[in-house]
Design a binder for this molecule. Structure first.
Ligand code: SER
Length: 320
C-alpha cells in the first residue's frame, strides 16, 4: 500500500477532511492529493497538495490522474438525503454521473482500487428495521438512497465485468467535530452538540423516539482504511458492506449530553426529514463486515458524547 498515490474527490466534506488527514498520516502527505469544488478546508491547509476540482469535470479528473500518477481514488462528493429531496434530478446527476465517470476512468487508467461510500439510505420502509440484514428487501424512497443502491450495483458490475477492485461501506449517520456535515437526515446528532454548547437548547427535526444507526467518525475513518487495506480475498461481498456501531434516539443523545450539561433542554419539531428517518433502519447487522475483514467499533454513545463535547468546547473556545 505504501507505493500508492491517492486522489480524494470531495476532500472538504465531513468525511473527506478526516479521511484525507488519516491517509496522509498513513501514506505520506504528498501521496494523498486532496480536491474539492470548495475552497481548501482550514484543517487541510499545509498538510499536503490541494486543488480545486469539480467532480463532474471528467477531463479535469483524468488530467489529474495522469499528472499526479494516481493509483487509487476515493470518491466522496455527493448530495445527501435531505438536500437531495430538494432537487432530485440534480442529486441523481451529481451522485451517479460522478461515480460512472470514475469507474470508467479507473478501468481505463488501470487504477489499483476505488473507494465509494454507500449508506443506510439504500434501505426503505419495507426493509426490516431492527438489526437490518446485509441482504434484505431494498426499496429506497429517497433519491439519495436510489442513487446509492444503483451505485452499489454499478460497482459490483465493474468488479465482475472488468475486475476493478472497488470497495464500499453502507455508513450509518456519522458524527464528527472536525469537518462540517451538510444535508443529511442524521445530522441532527451533530448539530445537537454545537447547540448544547452554544445555546443550551436544541430543537430537533426528528421526534424523540426516532432510533437511527450512528457512528463516531474515528470509527468510520479507521474502518474505511481497514477495508481498503484488506486483502481482496477478504472482501467477499461485491455489494457495499453494512457497518454498524451504535443506535440511539434524540432523547437518548440528549440524556448523554445532560450528563455534562445538566441544564441542556431539547424539544421536538419534526419536519420532512422525519419521513426519511422512518423509512431507514434503527440498527444494523454488520456481521459480514466483522467476519470478513475484522470490522469492530470502539465508540459507544457516552464515549462519543465525551469526545464531541470536549473537542467542540475547544473548537468553539467556550468554557462551559
Ligand atoms: N448521513 C446520511 C444522511 O442522513 C445517511 O447516509 O443523508
Amino acid at each position: 500500500m505504501k507505493n500508492e498515490k491517492v486522489l480524494i474527490l470531495g476532500a472538504c466534506g465531513q468525511i473527506g477532511v478526516e479521511l484525507t488527514i488519516a491517509l496522509r498520516k498513513a501514506y505520506g502527505n504528498n501521496n494523498v492529493v486532496a480536491t474539492d469544488i470548495q475552497a481548501e478546508h482550514h484543517l487541510l491547509k499545509g498538510t499536503g497538495p490541494f486543488y480545486n476540482l469539480n467532480v463532474m469535470d471528467a477531463p479535469a479528473i483524468l488530467a489529474m490522474i495522469k499528472k499526479e500518477g494516481i493509483t487509487q481514488i476515493y470518491l466522496l462528493a455527493a448530495l445527501l438525503s435531505a438536500t437531495g429531496e430538494k432537487d432530485p434530478m440534480r442529486a441523481w446527476d451529481i451522485n451517479m454521473k460522478s461515480l460512472l465517470q470514475v469507474l470508467d476512468m479507473a478501468v481505463q487508467e488501470k487504477l489499483t482500487r476505488v473507494y465509494w461510500p454507500s449508506s443506510i439510505a439504500v434501505f426503505g420502509p419495507t426493509t426490516p428495521r431492527d438489526n437490518t440484514p446485509q441482504q434484505t428487501i431494498v426499496e429506497p424512497r429517497t433519491v439519495y438512497g436510489i442513487s446509492k443502491y444503483a451505485g452499489e450495483l454499478w460497482c459490483q458490475y465493474y468488479r465482475q465485468r472488468y475486475g476493478l477492485d472497488v470497495r464500499s461501506l453502507r455508513y450509518p449517520g456519522l458524527i464528527s467535530w472536525k469537518g462540517e456535515p451538510g444535508g443529511g437526515t442524521t445530522d441532527y446528532a451533530v448539530d445537537i452538540y454545537y447547540e448544547a454548547l452554544q445555546k443550551g437548547h436544541f430543537t430537533c427535526f426528528l421526534s424523540e423516539n426516532t432510533y437511527l444507526p450512528m457512528m463516531y467518525m474515528d470509527d468510520a475513518i479507521r474502518g474505511t482504511i481497514e477495508l481498503m487495506e484488506a486483502p481482496l480475498e477478504k472482501v467477499k461481498l461485491t455489494m457495499a458492506y453494512n457497518i454498524g456501531a451504535i443506535s440511539f434516539s434524540p432523547k437518548e443523545i440528549a440524556a448523554s449530553i445532560q450528563k455534562h450539561i445538566p441544564d441542556f433542554k431539547i424539544d421536538y419539531a419534526p419536519d420532512f426529514r422525519q419521513q426519511i428517518a422512518d423509512g431507514w433502519p434503527k440498527s444494523i447487522d454488520d456481521s459480514a463486515a466483522r467476519a470478513d475483514w475484522g470490522w469492530q467499533h470502539n465508540f459507544d454513545l457516552n464515549r462519543m458524547s465525551n469526545e464531541m463535547l470536549m473537542h467542540l468546547k475547544d473548537k468553539l473556545e467556550l468554557a462551559v
